[in-house]
Structures are given as structure tokens and as C-alpha cells.
Design a protein. Structure first.
Ligand SMILES: [Zn+2]
Lengths: 97, 484
């Protein structure tokens, strides 16, 4: 069961701002996901090996070679406030002793 | 498990329980999951790409060298290497994390159950390593104030974001701040021996978070633990833990309770401060990383990494003590300075006593070598050999050593050119001795009437007259004969 409170909490964790209508909509969508999951839980998987990943590919490791990065201007253009080549961010924690 | 003395601050009623999490940046040329450079000191935000910035549509690929380094560290720390490990996505918002998630290993780490043995006050102790997992480094924050708590704003450089890290997690079986420091020192040395990290704490490539709690001496229940972050020097680690021991001890003494929290070390103020994050308590919503398949290693590959592990610090310490008869102090010096140790081993191949080699290397040579770089072992051996043969006196050793550093000549050539051979010919020295005694009739009289310490003065005069080349043994003998 997913209630409006759960949706609001998930939205907060994902830093999403949802309207009242969107909260209702997501609550309904997420309930549908859960119902699908419940259906799957009825399948007998005693004989099935665990899956850790959706696609079965052997991992391909990359040789340790330096490639091209983005230019600094391109990177900095992604942030709202920059200072001397850095991103400038507001106060991070509120502290006390 | 050996017992270690406890309670450095005299908190007699409590046991201190410390566990450490050590983040180590691995020595790779490119980042963990993308090919951006890891070079230190580049302009800020110039070593970033769509993968490490988490731009839509980018896909990570694992750096082979990073896996190799992590495996090597695990093996050197006596861990089990898990042939199957996998990656997870840890979601949180923090300014140093451009993607708003970190790829890490949660339930299936690469390495588990290891240990590190090290000395605490001459006693060998063991700290268990719970696990070592691979993950991505975060970006670098530069705070406007003296600590994160007192800063109105911060600057972020993402060049570091995405560098391959290992996180080494110890069991909570460290018992005092000094031990925590010794553990990290030994760990750092070991990591530098196996070459997986440059372990520069000042550049942030080795960082320590410490969990610390106090519990009443008679209790089995662990106290509430506090996590201390931002410990970027050995001194900070020890000081912050000492501060916490006394802070928590005082609270408990007054019947208070410890709040479970993260605290940051303010080096300038010399105290830890609470870090209360804005918003919710952390909920990382870990889930299997969809962009990376599990990491499956071949046993033969792991064995090939094992075979590449060199002699480790503790083994080397034992060998220096047992095979060469060095004292703990001397052996520790060579273990900490592998370049000096290599020269020691090279010199040990010559017909020289370990004692003579050690005294030489730890003496003036150490200072000169640090300033001007090492000499060839062959040329040092030449000097030690002529000293051993008595070709030059102890006084001349320094002169020859200086000349070795400033020329390419051999010790023998230097001695010959500068005429530094020791004077031990009695007939020749007799003349000098007679001259000194004739020039000081008053002193000779005083010596004869009992002032025996004047002998040293006469020896000094003879040495001066021969520019230090006279063999002191012969001079002593001649003087004693002349004065008797
Ligand atoms: Zn990148």
C-alpha cells in the first residue's frame, strides 16, 4: 500500500516538486507497480537461479588510458553560479558544537 | 587479539571503541568509470565528462587497473577476494556529488574478512578488516570559512569526482587514539609498498573517518557511536579522537547521553563540531547499479595479482631484525624509507658488517642523500671498504663522503688524490708526537703530576698537526710511551 505520504516522501528524497494532482497520479501509478510485483511473487522460483542483473554480459574492463574531457567552460555552463572556475554552492550544513 | 593499554586521557571508567573507514584513491591514470584524467593540480572542473557528471545517456565502464589495485590491496590485507562482486547505486544529494548518486559496492564487496598486524608499543596487535569495496570519489569542496560548519558558501571542483577509491572498513577493535594513528600509519605504508595509491593525506588521496564510542568498563554493550569526518592528517586523527574521548566521557560522567551523529574536526579550533544536515536523515535508496554488470574475476587472475605483491613492511621488519641483526629502531627506519632499505640490501651483498652499513646510512649520509639524492651502492661500498681496511681514519670519512657526492670518482681515487691515507707509521708519527710534547713542557709536567686528562689534549694536537690523518691508536700508544 502506498499512500500520499509515501509519495511525498519519495518526491522529497528525489528533490521533486509535485502538485496535488501529480501526487494522486503517482500514488495510482506506484500502486499499479506494486500490484504487478505481487503478481510476480506468486510465481514459484524455487528452481530459478538468482539474477543480479537484467542483461547477461561478461563485464568488459577498460584499459587505464586517459581520454578527452569536456572543456572547463562547457562544464561550468551546467551550473547556476560559478566563481574562479569553481561551482559556488550555498551553505551545506547547519552546525553547532 | 592482543590487549593494548587504554584510556589515554585517564577516562578510567570507560573503554574506548574505535572503528575506522579509510578512503584510498587508487593510483590510476584515468578515473574509475570514465577516461578523464586523475592528474592532481589541473584547473578546476577541467577533468570532467558526461560519465562522471552523470549526464543523460552516458554509460560507465570499469577501469581494469582500478580492479587490479583494489584486489592487490585486499590480498595485502589478508582479505578474501570475492570472485563475484557487484555494484550498487547510493542516492543522495550533496554538493560534491554531481550525479546525485555514487556507484559503490554494498552487499557484495570485492574483498572481505582480512586483517592488518602492526606494532603498538613493541607489542604486535591485529585489527580486523571487515571489508574493502570499490567506489567513486566525490568532488572537492573548498569552504569559505575555517570549517564546513562556519562556511556561508563553498566552492566545488569536480576533477576528483569519479576517481577510483577503495573504502577499507575495520572492525571496532581499536582501543585508543594512538592505536588508531599507528594503524593508519602502518596501513599507509603497506599501501605505498604495493603501489596502489600515492597515499598523500595532504592531497586527500587517503582520508579517514572514525567511529568512536565509549562503554563502561564492565559492560558488553557498545555505547552510541559518533562518526568523525574530515580527518586529513595523522595528527588530526589522533587529536580528534582524543577530543571525543574526553567530550563523550564528560557527558557520560554527568549522566548524559551521547547523540548518534556525524561530527567534523575543526583543526584550527582543535575540537569536533556537530554536522546537522539540512533536511531528512539519510535514506540512500540503494539499488543494483543498472549500468554495470557484476564483476566476475578468474581465480588465475587473482593469483597473478597475489604473485605481484612485494615484501610487505612487517615481513621486511622481521627480516631486517632476524637476518641482519638490526635493532627495532634501525629496522623501522629502513622499513619507512624503502630507498634507504634498497641501498642497505645492495651494500649487504659486499663484505661489510650490517652494523657498519647501518651506522653509515643512518648517519651523515642520510642527511646528504636527502639533499642531493642517493649515491650508487658500489661507490658507498668502496668507501666502507677502505674504512674497514683502515686505509683512512674515521675523521677522513666525512671528507671522502662529501667528495663522493660532488664527483664521480671512487672513494679510493679520492683518498689518493687528496692524500688522505691514515698515518700509522710509528717513525713518522714519533716526530710529530715529540714536537707536540717539546712545545708544551708545562703541560707535560702537569700531566706527569697527575692531570691524566691532558692526554686528550696531546692527542688532539697530534691530530691537528697531521690534519686528522694520524691513526688515533698509534698516536695514543706513542704518547703513552713518551710520557711514561
Ligand atoms: Zn569523466
Amino acid at each position: 500500500m502506498i499512500d500520499r505520504h509515501d509519495v511525498m516522501r519519495m518526491a522529497r528524497l528525489a528533490r521533486l516538486e509535485l502538485s496535488e494532482e501529480e501526487i494522486d497520479q503517482y500514488q495510482e501509478d506506484l500502486m499499479r507497480f506494486l500490484r504487478s510485483g505481487q503478481k510476480l511473487q506468486q510465481v514459484d522460483v524455487a528452481e530459478v537461479e538468482g539474477t543480479s542483473h537484467a542483461v547477461h554480459v561478461a563485464h568488459e574492463l577498460r584499459p587505464d588510458q586517459v581520454g578527452t574531457s569536456l572543456r572547463q567552460e562547457a562544464v561550468l555552463s551546467l551550473g547556476p553560479r560559478v566563481e574562479q572556475g569553481f561551482f559556488r554552492v550555498p551553505r551545506i550544513v547547519e552546525g553547532q558544537e | 587479539m592482543s590487549k593494548v593499554s587504554k584510556g589515554v586521557l585517564g577516562m578510567a571508567n570507560y573503554d574506548t571503541v574505535i572503528g575506522l573507514e579509510i578512503h584510498v584513491a587508487l593510483l590510476t591514470d584515468s578515473k574509475f568509470l570514465c577516461s578523464c584524467s586523475t592528474a592532481f593540480g589541473a584547473p578546476p572542473n577541467s577533468q570532467c565528462c558526461p560519465v562522471c557528471l552523470g549526464l543523460p545517456g552516458s554509460l560507465p565502464t570499469i577501469n581494469e587497473k582500478a580492479v587490479e589495485c583494489a584486489t592487490k590491496a585486499g590480498l595485502a590485507l589478508n582479505c578474501q577476494i570475492n570472485l563475484f562482486s557487484k555494484f550498487d547505486r547510493k542516492n543522495y544529494f550533496y554538493p560534491d556529488l554531481p550525479k546525485a548518486y555514487q556507484i559503490t559496492q554494498d552487499a557484495y564487496p570485492l574483498c572481505s574478512r582480512g586483517f592488518l598486524d602492526y606494532y603498538v608499543d613493541d607489542q604486535l596487535v591485529r585489527t580486523e578488516i571487515t571489508r574493502i569495496h570499490m567506489e567513486e570519489e566525490a568532488g572537492k569542496l573548498i569552504h569559505s570559512g575555517s570549517s564546513i560548519v562556519s562556511s556561508d558558501y563553498s566552492l566545488v571542483d569536480y576533477n576528483r569526482a569519479g576517481i577510483a577509491l577503495i573504502e577499507i572498513v575495520t572492525a571496532p577493535d581499536i582501543h585508543h587514539p594512538g592505536q588508531a594513528r599507528l594503524f593508519v600509519e602502518q596501513l599507509r605504508l603497506l599501501l605505498s609498498y604495493i603501489g596502489v595509491s600515492d597515499t598523500k593525506m595532504e592531497e586527500g588521496s587517503l582520508r579517514v573517518d572514525a567511529n568512536i564510542s565509549l562503554k563502561p568498563k564492565d559492560s558488553d554493550l557498545l555505547g552510541t557511536k559518533v562518526e568523525i569526518k574530515n580527518l586529513n592528517s595523522f595528527r588530526a586523527l589522533e587529536k580528534a579522537l582524543e577530543y571525543e574521548v574526553s567530550r563523550q566521557g564528560e557527558i557520560l560522567d554527568q549522566g548524559g547521553t551521547i547523540r548518534q551523529e556525524s561530527r567534523t574536526w575543526d583543526d584550527r579550533a582543535g575540537r569536533t563540531m556537530s554536522m546537522r544536515s539540512k533536511g531528512d536523515a539519510p535514506d540512500y535508496r540503494l539499488f543494483p547499479e543498472p549500468d554495470l554488470p557484476p564483476l566476475c574475476l578468474e581465480p588465475a587472475w587473482v593469483e597473478s595479482i597475489r604473485a605481484s605483491i612485494p615484501e610487505l613492511p612487517l615481513e621486511r621488519l622481521g627480516r631486517l631484525e632476524e637476518q641482519f641483526g638490526l635493532s627495532r629502531y634501525e629496522a623501522t627506519f629502513f622499513v619507512h624509507y624503502p630507498d634507504f632499505c634498497q641501498i642497505f640490501f645492495d651494500l649487504a651483498e659486499y663484505d661489510l658488517s650490517p652494523k657498519a652499513i647501518v651506522n653509515f646510512l643512518m648517519g651523515d649520509y642520510a642527511r646528504l642523500a636527502r639533499e642531493r639524492g642517493h649515491l650508487d651502492a658500489r661507490r658507498i661500498a668502496g668507501l666502507l671498504t677502505i674504512v674497514k681496511e683502515g686505509l683512512i681514519g674515521a675523521n677522513q670519512e666525512g671528507v671522502v663522503l662529501d667528495a663522493l657526492f660532488s664527483s664521480e670518482k671512487s672513494a679510493r681515487e679520492i683518498v689518493k688524490e687528496q692524500g688522505l691515507e691514515a698515518l700509522r707509521d710509528s717513525t713518522e708519527l714519533q716526530g710529530v708526537v715529540d714536537g707536540v710534547l717539546t712545545a708544551n713542557p708545562d703541560l707535560v709536567a702537569r700531566f706527569r703530576s697527575g692531570e691524566s686528562k691532558l692526554l686528550g689534549y696531546f692527542v688532539g694536537q697530534v691530530m691537528r698537526a697531521t690534519r686528522g690523518k694520524a691513526d688515533p691508536e698509534v698516536v695514543n700508544k706513542l704518547l703513552e710511551e713518551a710520557l711514561s
